[in-house]
Design a protein around this ligand. Sequence first.
Ligand code: XMP
Length: 518
Amino acid sequence: MTQHDRLLIIDFGSQVTQLIARRLRELNVYCEIHPYNRVDEAFLRAFAPKAVIFSGGPASVYWQDAPMPPKGVFELGVPILGICYGQQVMMHCLGGHVEGGHGTAEFGRAFVTPAAERLPLLEGWFEGGTEQVWMSHGDHVSKIAPGFRVYGTSPNAPFAITADPERHFYAVQFHPEVHHTPKGAKLYENFVRLAGFKGDWTMGAYREEAIRKIREQVGDAKVICGLSGGVDSSVAAVLIHEAIGDQLTCVFVDHGLLRLGEAEQVVTMFRDHYNMPLIHADESDLFLGALEGVSDPEVKRKTIGRLFIDVFQKHATEVGGAQFLAQGTLYPDVIESVSFSGGPSVTIKSHHNVGGLPEKMGLKLVEPLRELFKDEVRALGRELGLPQSFIGRHPFPGPGLAIRCPGEITREKLDILRRADAVYIDQIRRHGLYDEIWQAFAAILPMRTVGVMGDGRTYDYALALRAVTSVDGMTADYYPFTHDFLGETATRIINEVKGINRVFYDCTSKPPGTIELE
Ligand code: XMP
């Protein structure tokens, strides 16, 4: 058990509960998220939180079987912060009233005005008058509970911020954890300060805790890990290796769709530098053979996904008796697989992962990064001593260059693409732009165009350059390179890469585009 102060987040099912945890980790506060129906009085006693947060959620307090907080939580004597549904349920339990129906819903940006009385929770707020917040609620509080007073109102939420400062119970109608509430982080900072947290929970502590949990979960069983060379699976592998040593074997499937020098880099780093048992499965003939003549993006993705599983399974059995499969699943991967409306969502692309394998092979999953966001994984990687050049690498998709080669894939095109991409990335690095960009890559277009080089005619491939900024890959803006940069890069590529005679820059953001071309 950790000796750090602990904060308990009781989850009522909000889409953004993990963001609360993230805001708290940014404040070096240790927290755990537990669903409301798994927390009872005994759990509360054992967990001994120094503060509690009730998340938002989709329910209404007057539904039959509405989610309720555990008995005894208000008697713990610790500060409680209720957010959105968390506010409503708090009011409901403590003697206030909540209403729903027409005209009470509010979604999107709102502005909160302060009340005359100041609240320490709101230190740093309202310096410029009102504060922008993000609302997302169907019901609203119509009467606050005894002991509570109002500290902020918005046009549609007269009880936007309420508190019983004596008991340290705070309740807000909006979501302070999302970026659209610009001062939200300050509110959490004030809350944990009022609760007396020392703020001593660091990535170092996270690492120790993660290692302890991996050992506990795995015991002396064997684990296999699909290593892609990307940051996530690499950090997961190094962390798990630190926890259980050679009980871990990594399988690196080279599908022939990697970038220039990539396979060598991965093998050198993991096998030679980290001394990890690593199976390097060179299966490029198999994959490229199966992709011959395939031009439909979904067929490509599905073919690669299916073969990947087959190959992985074939090599994983060599390990013999593995009971666990390790994956570098991140939190955004977890939420992206859940539809916002709760209903089935449209499949834009069949993302490639090793899904399906665990059931097929009777494996259990080890996913030590499941709660983390990309930048937190990078911080953990740094903590584990992975080189910065590796940690800072742009994401690279599982299907690799296949989805950067729209239309039919040939070895010739892949070879041209690899060399052009290397020049483009080199240009970006030379200009010191690599770390400003979320992801940059070249794609070879399924067309040839006419050009003139020296005194001769050329009839070669056209190349598209892509570069985007993003926080999580779910939305993205194209990167505004200067014309000088673009001109210089196009010239270098055409001069240095035989087979390309025309270069385009893709100025599409996401949406409406996607980051990859397929
Ligand atoms: P899109 O093209 O969907 O990409 O806007 C969003 C982010 O996801 C990456 N991507 C993938 N990553 N397997 C992965 O591991 C995949 O099948 C896959 N498809 C896209 C893409 O590179 C970008 O970072």
